[in-house]
Design a protein around this ligand. Structure first.
Ligand code: BG6
Length: 487
């Protein structure tokens, strides 16, 4: 991916957690790899609590370096990476400070990227201040989630940003879309003839998409307590994964062809009737428990969390898609903090054979199953039945295993690295378009409203388990179970 297009990457929130853990390490990796970033490309960090460039570089050395590269830091590359970094001290509350930024950016070649790694309440003031000094021309703006709290607040941000930047200048990040295995899902579906004929209601019984985390809310208790798992993970990451699993083949991989198809799925999600929410959505909150041998505290005692909080740290929800391909096929989405394992995977359960001459075991649903493991250890497994060796015709489950690290030893790219390169190079396909975001909010809102109105507390689950039992009961109603319950 050679490039010679120059850029200036302006990082608002330059000393924030995201800059430290994700953005600067990703830019370093792209720099170290060579040929991905134009030599003349610069990073301009914007922060308030840092005196000057020397101070900022000290902060970068101290805080960013430990997050860089699993394989150790290449000191030569690190030194030349620091040469790319400049610094402008701006108080984001003072619109007049933006003249400093305008002066610092004037006369530079190439595109300007403004990355807003700040709280969402600053998105609109920053955009307005940029426009007031003419910096909205020849530029792209990157917005981190959460983009709003509900449809109304997300529309308010999008309307205000949309008055300043055209939609094709706006890059809404959902980092799940930058993950290598998610890209691979597109390759698997649309690069092969094998799966597509089966990828429909006639042959698929149900689909599960799980993003399970062992971590709790870490230092983000304050933020999380006002957010909850539905807004934090379902409205964005899980619905985006669902749309990629369920979309029709796009006619090309250009930005709008892919996003149009994803949008069609999001618009076809069957609206949830508030009266059914108890049947199709489960929310939970973790209590204390044990994860990998260590005791962990209850959510309600985490710093920043209200002791009587009713915020959900777990959601399982049944989704249906109202179109010819998927009508009647349940998609079960699930996510939670402090669960038994860290795993993100998509499970496609195929239907049983219509008639078995080989005995009852061949009539079991789920005998054919595709398991796409997104993380950790990216693999794709195709489960089939085979004859057990020996006398008689006894069937047993076996699988074909595709472990990507066996085929591709090098070249894996972190999500943020891919997405930042896409922004710099003007590729929008992996960013969420406004209409997609609206459709996703529209679908989750009745659940949010009903939960808020019901005043019922979330169901408790012990940390280190797979969430409330009700999540299993919901699948049992469809004669199925979560993948880990099979084993
Ligand atoms: C973020 C959420 O978007 O995704 C976090 O805000 C969550 O709460 C994270 O932990 C999970 O991402 P990943 O890439 O670690 O699975």
């Amino acid at each position: 991916m050679q490039t010679d297009s120059s850029f200036t990457f302006v990082l608002f929130g330059g000393t924030g957690d995201l800059s430290m853990r994700k953005i600067l390490p990703a830019l370093y990796e792209a720099h170290r790899a060579g040929g991905m970033l134009a030599d003349s490309g610069k990073i301009v960090a914007v922060a308030r609590h840092v005196a000057d460039r020397a101070d900022y570089l000290e902060w970068v050395n101290e805080h960013v370096k430990p997050h860089v590269s699993k394989n150790g830091v290449d000191e030569t590359a690190w030194a030349s990476f620091l040469d790319r970094i400049e610094f402008v001290k701006i108080d984001l509350g003072k619109a007049e400070d933006f003249a400093l930024l305008r002066d610092a950016l004037s006369g530079r070649p190439g595109i300007r990227v403004f990355y807003l790694a700040t709280g969402p309440s600053l998105f609109v003031p920053i955009c307005r201040a940029l426009a007031s000094v003419g910096l909205n021309e020849n530029s792209r703006i990157v917005l981190e989630k959460p983009l709003g709290y509900d449809l109304k607040s997300s529309n308010a941000i999008n309307d205000a940003v949309g008055e300043i930047f055209a939609e094709e200048q706006i890059y809404r990040i959902d980092h799940y879309l930058g993950k290598e295995p998610v890209q691979n899902l597109l390759a698997l579906r649309f690069g092969n003839v094998l799966f597509e004929p089966l990828w429909r209601r006639e042959w698929v019984e149900s689909i599960q998409i799980t993003i399970a985390e062992e971590l709790g809310v870490e230092a983000r208790g304050d933020f999380y307590d006002n957010t909850g798992a539905l807004r934090d993970m379902v409205q964005n990451h899980l619905l985006q994964l669902l749309s990629i699993v369920a979309m029709e083949p796009p006619h090309s991989m250009d930005s709008d062809s892919v996003r149009d198809e994803k949008l069609r799925v999001l618009r076809a999600l069957k609206p949830i009737d508030p009266r059914d929410i108890g049947k199709v959505a489960v929310r939970g909150q973790y209590h204390s428990g044990v994860i990998r041998g260590s005791a962990v505290p209850a959510y309600a005692t985490e710093p920043g969390v209200k002791p009587d909080s009713t915020t959900e740290t777990f959601v399982a929800v049944k989704v249906e898609i109202e179109n010819w391909r998927w009508a009647g096929v349940p998609f079960f989405l699930r996510t939670g903090k402090r669960l038994a394992d860290r795993v993100a995977e998509i499970v496609v359960n195929f239907r049983a054979v219509p008639h078995s001459a080989l005995g009852a075991s061949a009539l079991r649903g789920g005998a054919n199953r595709l398991v796409i493991r997104l993380q950790p250890n990216e693999t794709i497994r195709l489960y089939c039945l085979a004859k057990q060796p020996g006398e008689g015709m006894n069937l047993a489950s076996v699988h074909l295993d595709l472990a990507f690290d066996r085929f591709f030893r090098e070249g894996q790219m972190e999500a943020y690295q891919r997405l930042l390169l896409d922004v710099i190079n003007g590729r929008l396909a992996l960013f969420v378009r406004r209409d997609e975001q609206e459709a996703a909010w529209r679908w989750v809102e009745p659940i949010l409203d009903e939960w808020a109105a019901s005043h019922k507390p979330p169901k408790p689950y012990a940390a280190g388990t797979w969430g409330p039992a009700a999540a299993s009961a919901m699948l049992a109603q469809h004669d199925t179970c979560w993948l880990e319950e099979e084993n």
